[in-house]
Ligand binder design. Sequence first.
Ligand code: GLU
Length: 277
Amino acid sequence: MTATRFAPSPTGLLHKGHAFSALTASETARALGGRFVLRIEDIDFTRCRPQFEAAIFEDLAWLGLTWETPVLRQSEHIDDYLAALETLRGKGLVYRSFKTRREIALASLSAPHGAGEGPRDARPTAAEEAARLAAGEPFAWRLDLAAAEAAAGPLTFVEAGAGPAGERGAVAVDAGPAGDVVLARKDVGVAYHLAVVVDDARQQITDVVRGADLFEATHVQRLLQALLGLPEPRYHHHRLVVGADGRRLAKRDRAETLRAIRERGVTAEALRRELGF
Ligand code: GLU
């Protein structure tokens, strides 16, 4: 059976862009005669808050959406993501990256909306690694992209929507722009990419519907799926809702929230219509 999902991170209140994404995923499930799954991606505990999770349920119910229960909350499944990290470690595909505390602290564990994420970093020698570990230096686990690509061989993913440059059909995987992506941080835990591929497989998601700003992330995720022996979903990247300035709506730019829209008296029906549903 087909299944789509909407997978927000409770790091702020949802805006119209989220409403569009959730409606698109739910409508796609309906059109395919499949399941619609809501997943709470709350592994970055430095940024996620319970009140934002509650607001997600409230906003989506207001929009008229229904989803499967119980809802999977990623913070309750950290061991599974660590097991996936262990698998990659066992294959020699990740390494400890010792950068400055600040550089490591800045390495985001959240979804990278937009191109470019990780730099490459040299794998430390065994002696250097032992010395830095002994000194208690913090580290992040990075994917050794060159080794990962060699292990996986050439890959493609199926784009049933459209990438930012109109990509469609079989897209050749190139995780190069992401670089040696950070998969975990010793202090905070595992990163977005690892949790997403583990959960898309666990929840038997056949069709990943999400914004085109996560197109680059798909390259990394397809690679991780291949390395972990996970099934390959189809991808439907959708257009992004833009504001009056023509830029993608973003929590950090204080885009008007669904709650505020509701409080100004806009009905869910009117909003759905405005978004094309
Ligand atoms: N949790 C991610 C976010 O809110 C999206 C994950 C995804 O759709 O793959 O940015």
